[in-house]
Design a protein around this ligand. Structure first.
Ligand code: S3P
Length: 433
C-alpha cells in the first residue's frame, strides 16, 4: 500500500539540523569492512533502506554485522571470509549496492544471484557487467547481462585498463574492487569527467594504495584491507533539500552541521553561489579522509544559470531539487549534459518535469536535461507523486513549503531509502518561529 501525505505551505524555516550519514560512504564502509581483515566500526551510518540492503546482502554472505543505534560493527575476514549465499541477494532499490557488490562478487569463487525492485530491474547493468566479464567474471542476466535478475560465478580475474563511456563512480568502484582481487597487475579506470572519489579515499583508510588524478584511478591487485574506524559525514545530497528550502522559503535561516564537502560532491554549493544565494561554508574538524563543514543558508534573490559539463557528476543527484530552485530564480536555467538522469531510480528528466509542471512551473524537457523559466509562483492544490523515487519525493516535500495550496504527495514512503526522518526534520524547522 502506498502512503500519501498532505503537505502545507510554511511561513519560514529556521534552525539547525544534523543531516543523516552519507549514503555513498555508508554503503562503502559496510562493503569494505566486510572484505577487510578485522573489525570495522562505523559511526553516523545512514539507517536508510538502501544501506540496510547492503548490510543484509553481506550478512547473507556470512559476514557478522552488528547494527545498533550508535554504530555498525562489521567483523571482516577478508575476501576469503565471504561465503556462497544460500539466499538471493536482494538489493531493494539500491543501484550502489548492485554495482559495487558486482565488483566484489566478480572475484569470489562461488555462485550468487542478485535481484532488486521494479526500478532496479530497469537500470542498465552492462556498464559494469561488460568490463567485469572482460576481467574474467561469469555473469548472466536478462538482455545479455544488462538487467536483473543476475547470476554471477566469480572467477580468477585479470587486471584491465578501462575507458568508461560514462562518468560513474559506481562503474569506477566496481572495476577497482574487481581489480583488487586480480593478480598483482594495475587496474586503471579512465572517465570522461571525474566522478565522486569516496572509494579511492576510503580504500586508503583501509590501508590500500590507490592512485587518482583528474579522471583516472588505478589500483594494484592483491592488496589486503585492514579493518578501521569510519565516521560517516552528513550527506550533502540530503542537505541539498534544506539548502534549497532555506534559499526559496521567505524569512528563512538554516544551519546544517557536519555535512560532507568532498569536492567531487559540492556542485550544489557552486550552483547556489552562482545563482546568488546567501550561503556560507565553514570547514569543521572531524574526519581524516573526507572533509566536513557547517553550511548556513538564508532566503535569497536568485538568478538563472547554465549547468553543464564536468559540473554534472558533482551534482547529478541534486538536479531534481535544483530544478525546483530554478523555478524561483529570475530568468532561464538550462541544465545540459545530464543524460544520466534517465537511468536513475526513475527517468528524472520525465519525473521532475511532470511533477513540477503539475505545480505550475514553466519547465521543458530536453534530450540531456531541462530548461526552467523563472520566477514562477507554484500553485499546488493537486496530487503529485514521488514515482517511488526518494529524491523526487523530497523535492516535492520542499516545493510544498512554497505552494499557494497544499499538495497531496503520493508514494511518500519512497523517501525512507535515503532519509527516513525527512519530514520530521522539515517540520522541526517550520515550528521555530
Ligand atoms: C553513487 C554514484 C552515482 C550517484 C548514486 C550514488 C555512488 O551514481 O548517482 O546516487 O555511491 O557511487 P553513478 O555512479 O551511476 O553516476
Amino acid at each position: 500500500m502506498s502512503a500519501s501525505k498532505l503537505l502545507h505551505r510554511v511561513n519560514r524555516l529556521k534552525g539547525e539540523l544534523n543531516i543523516p550519514g552519507d549514503k555513498s560512504i555508508s554503503h562503502r564502509a559496510v562493503m569494505f569492512g566486510s572484505i577487510a581483515e578485522g573489525v570495522t566500526e562505523i559511526e553516523h551510518f545512514l539507517m536508510g533502506a538502501d544501506c540496510l540492503s547492503t548490510v543484509s546482502c553481506f550478512q547473507k554472505m556470512g559476514v557478522k554485522i552488528e547494527v545498533t543505534d550508535e554504530k555498525v560493527i562489521v567483523h571482516g575476514k577478508g575476501y576469503q571470509g565471504l561465503k556462497e549465499p544460500q539466499e538471493i541477494l536482494d538489493v531493494g532499490n539500491s543501484g550502489t549496492t548492485t554495482r559495487l557488490m558486482l565488483g566484489i562478487l566478480a572475484g569470489t569463487p562461488f555462485h550468487s544471484c542478485v535481484i532488486g525492485d521494479e526500478s532496479i530491474a530497469k537500470r542498465p547493468m552492462s556498464r559494469v557487467t561488460n568490463p567485469l566479464r572482460r576481467m574474467g567474471a561469469h555473469i548472466e542476466g536478462r538482455e545479455d547481462g544488462n538487467f536483473t535478475p543476475l547470476a554471477i560465478r566469480g572467477g580468477h580475474l585479470k587486471a584491465i585498463e578501462y575507458t568508461s563511456p560514462v562518468a560513474s563512480a559506481q562503474v569506477k568502484s566496481a572495476i577497482l574492487l574487481a581489480g583488487l582481487q586480480s593478480n598483482s597487475e594495475l587496474t586503471t579506470v579512465i572517465e570522461p569527467h571525474k566522478s565522486r572519489d569516496h572509494t579511492e579515499r576510503m580504500l586508503r583508510a583501509f590501508g590500500v594504495e590507490v592512485n587518482e588524478d583528474e579522471t583516472t584511478a588505478s589500483i594494484r591487485g592483491g592488496q589486503t584491507l585492514v579493518g578501521t574506524s569510519i565516521f560517516v559525514p552528513g550527506d550533502i545530497s540530503s542537505a541539498a533539500f534544506f539548502l534549497v528550502a532555506g534559499a526559496i522559503v521567505p524569512n528563512s535561516q538554516i544551519t546544517l552541521n557536519k555535512v560532507g564537502v568532498n569536492p567531487t560532491r559540492t556542485g550544489i554549493i557552486e550552483v547556489l553561489n552562482r545563482m546568488g544565494a546567501n550561503i556560507s561554508i565553514n570547514e569543521q574538524p572531524g574526519n581524516a579522509f573526507e572533509p566536513i563543514a557547517q553550511i548556513k543558508v538564508e532566503t535569497s534573490r536568485l538568478k538563472g544559470i547554465t549547468i553543464e559539463g564536468d559540473l554534472i557528476p558533482k551534482l547529478i543527484d541534486e538536479i531534481p531539487v535544483i530544478a525546483l530552485l530554478a523555478t524561483q530564480a529570475e530568468g532561464d536555467t538550462i541544465i545540459k549534459d545530464a543524460h544520466e538522469l534517465k537511468v536513475k531510480e526513475t527517468n528524472r528528466i520525465d519525473t521532475v518535469v511532470t511533477e513540477l509542471k503539475k505545480l505550475g512551473a514553466i519547465i521543458e524537457p530536453t534530450d540531456d536535461g531541462m530548461i526552467i523559466k523563472g520566477k514562477t509562483p507554484l500553485k499546488g492544490g493537486v496530487a503529485v507523486s514521488s514515482h517511488g523515487d526518494h529524491r523526487i519525493g523530497m523535492m516535492l516535500g520542499v516545493a510544498s513549503c512554497i505552494t499557494e495550496e497544499p499538495i497531496d504527495l503520493q508514494d511518500a514512503e519512497a523517501i525512507s531509502v535515503s532519509y527516513p526522518n525527512f519530514f520530521s526534520d522539515l517540520n522541526s524547522l517550520s515550528k521555530n518561529v
